[in-house]
Design a protein around this ligand. Structure first.
Ligand SMILES: [Zn+2]
Length: 154
């Protein structure tokens, strides 16, 4: 799955989360982003874009891996592609990390980052290669769907 597909899925997930007001139940979003105006809405979606790209930091030739080659190669050597950064443990670490950093990272973009990140993991887990959501266990929770197979052929 390429970075453009991940960004589109991340933005769609952020939109769905907002539409159904799922964000108001999220601890990081003390305030619903759209009630704070256009600036916060923009931050929310920029966060979702960043979050949708972040898991592929474990692949040096990925979009974000090319931006941070040293870090990407280190993570790739340690965990491999679609390993730790594509796991539920990493999402939990991201969540608690952003919660701890809420003085430095405002809640609205942090919420977008988390939603974008989760969308990436779910999308990758539906591809034929899958993702190790239960890393270090090598268990696949989902099987690839026909829709994802068709999407990836484009
Ligand atoms: Zn990925």
């Amino acid at each position: 799955m390429n970075y453009k597909q991940h960004v589109m899925i991340g933005l769609a997930s952020a939109g769905i989360a907002s539409y159904y007001d799922l964000t108001s139940y999220y601890e990081l979003s003390a305030v619903y982003p759209f009630q704070q105006g256009l600036f916060h809405t923009g931050l929310y979606y920029v966060g979702a874009i960043f979050g949708s790209l972040l898991p592929d930091i474990d692949h040096p030739s990925s979009y974000i891996g090319r931006k941070l080659p040293g870090l990407s190669k280190s993570i790739s050597k340690l965990f491999g592609h679609r390993g730790f950064t594509h796991s539920i443990v990493c999402v939990a670490a991201l969540y608690f990390g952003l919660t701890e950093l809420k003085e430095q990272v405002p809640s609205v973009p942090a919420l977008g980052i988390t939603i974008g990140y989760i969308s990436h993991l779910l999308a990758d887990s539906l591809t034929p290669q899958g993702a190790q959501l239960l890393y270090p266990l090598q268990v696949r929770l989902f099987k690839p769907t026909t829709f994802m197979k068709k999407l990836l052929r484009r």
